[in-house]
Write a protein that binds this ligand. Structure first.
Ligand SMILES: *Cc1c(COP(=O)(O)O)cnc(C)c1O
Length: 481
């Protein structure tokens, strides 16, 4: 490919004066050193691009990058190293150095990290997704009759078993569940919300705005810190469709505060002939999340008499993204028949993940398979032993590291209060921000926390099969290997 030395020489001559221009270093040698397309594509990062984007696209981009490189060299610019060429290649392919959606090692200690896709699936759930993804499925086929089935009720029996509800359906996510419930049950009518619960969850989910989108009229009741059953009663009229109770997922008010229990509200709502809707959202990843979480669990809310409970598949159950609606038969029926239900429906991969996770929830002894529940239950002593193994392995490579106490969280706006005592790998460095960035840019990417004089990686959220990749990534980011 490099028949170019002669031309390169000519290029170096000033056409007017006929003599060499103030010469940039050895273009001929530099041109000979430009790798061949095949050599560039054989580098690991380029192979990953090929995996992500296909050979033709990456090869075409590689040709362009190398042609540009020769032009640059002839123009007297310094040669670029393999790293820079790969970056240009990735840019040429159209995105970052590697496919934009890829695996990240979670070193934050936050179990349901929304930026990292919340709950990792269990092996069984991941296998169920792969199985359904790779073939045709019973998504909308009733095998008993051979007729069209209904995906809206596909998981109903399992959901009823988990929640104790009469009926249930699934939509795309928790926000969709709330929107759909308010549209189907409250459109054109009033929905009452306590002033302490007209909240913002994050990511653009604000209760007043969701109600407006649903075409329901929000009526505030009570005060910011205290709301009583009587506040709901007095504000209710013939136009009132429902009382909406919202779990204050991501904040906590303390002091002179109070609100009625769901059971009290349910009894009063029934007497007032309005529906009680409960947005449980998050609040629970299992009994291990503590007594408050238990009170707000789907079965507890259903048992307390809520007409409809809405929740988030990942934040409540440790499944993938999904929105769960469970409650009384006629109420769920109205919701499932609303035209928005079609627009907000779940896809087969979500349903496969949810089904497998629900099965683990209802099968004795299998809940520990659910990764967020397993990670939540890890004891600091076990985490410390694991970090000690990492420290020893890194020491063999001459990398200084130590175990340090850390504090994680359930996250996902589940519980602002209880934090998780944990253990982290501490990598001392004078430039923590730089090391954190290098860990992010690695393969696999590692999301760590930067402190004043170190970077820390919480062991709780590093999955069991990630020890090797994590240590390799730390070695590379620290300049070893
Ligand atoms: C998280 C949350 C939602 C939204 O659920 P997504 O699954 O994230 O769409 C709604 N309500 C509450 C109370 C939440 O905590």
């Amino acid at each position: 490919m490099l028949a170019a030395p002669k031309r390169a020489r000519r290029d170096r001559l000033d056409p007017v004066a006929g003599e060499a221009i103030a010469a940039p270093a050895a273009p001929a040698a530099a041109l000979r050193a430009v790798p061949a397309v095949g050599a560039l594509l054989a580098l690991p990062e380029a192979r990953r691009l090929v995996e992500g984007f296909g050979h033709p696209r990456v090869r075409a981009a590689a040709r362009q990058v190398l042609a540009d490189e020769r032009l640059r060299l002839r123009a007297g610019r310094p040669p670029r190293g393999p790293g820079q060429l790969l970056r240009a290649l990735a840019a040429g392919v159209g995105t970052g150095l590697t496919p934009p959606l890829r695996r990240v090692v979670n070193g934050t200690g936050i179990l349901l990290h929304t930026n990292l896709g919340r709950a990792p699936l269990s092996a069984a759930a991941a296998a169920a997704v792969a199985e359904v993804a790779a073939g045709y499925s019973t998504l909308e086929l009733d095998l008993g009759t051979g007729r069209r089935g209904d995906r809206r009720s596909l998981l109903e029996a399992l959901l009823c078993q988990v929640t104790g509800a009469q009926a249930a359906t699934v939509v795309n996510n928790g926000a969709a569940a709330v929107l759909l419930a308010c549209a189907a049950l409250g459109q054109g009518r009033a929905v009452l919300v306590s002033r302490g619960e007209a909240i913002e969850i994050g990511g653009g989910f604000r209760v007043p705005e969701i109600l407006a989108c649903a075409g329901a009229q929000l009526v505030d009741v009570g005060t910011t810190n205290r709301t009583r059953v009587d506040d709901y009663r007095r504000a209710s009229g013939p136009d009132t469709a429902a009382w909406l109770r919202v779990h204050p997922s991501n904040f906590r008010s303390i002091g002179f505060v109070g609100r009625p229990s769901v059971a009290e509200l349910a009894a009063a709502a029934r007497a007032a002939d309005v529906l009680l809707l409960v947005d449980a959202g998050s609040g629970l990843v299992g009994p291990a999340a503590g007594p408050t979480a238990l009170e707000e669990s789907l079965p507890a809310l259903v048992a307390a008499g809520a007409d409809l409970v809405m929740g988030s598949g990942d934040k409540l159950l440790g499944a993938g993204q999904a929105g769960i609606l469970a409650g009384r038969g006629p109420v769920v029926e109205r919701v499932a028949r609303h035209p928005l239900a079609r627009a907000l429906r779940a896809d087969k991969l979500q349903l496969a993940a949810l089904q497998a996770t629900l099965l683990a929830h209802v099968t004795p002894g299998r809940r520990a398979e659910i990764p967020v529940l397993r990670m939540l239950a890890l004891e600091p002593e076990a985490l410390a032993r694991r970090v000690d193994r990492w420290v020893a392995a890194l020491a063999r490579d001459g990398i200084a590291a130590e175990a340090t106490p850390a504090v994680g969280a359930i996250g996902g706006g589940t519980t602002p209060g209880p934090q998780l005592p944990s253990v982290a790998l501490r990598l001392p460095t004078a430039r923590p921000a730089r090391l954190r960035t290098r860990l992010l840019a690695g393969e696999p990417a590692v999301l760590a926390r930067a402190a004043a004089d170190a970077v820390t990686i919480d062991a709780r959220t590093v999955l069991p099969d990630e020890d090797g990749p994590l240590l390799a990534a730390v070695r590379r980011a620290s300049g070893h290997g």
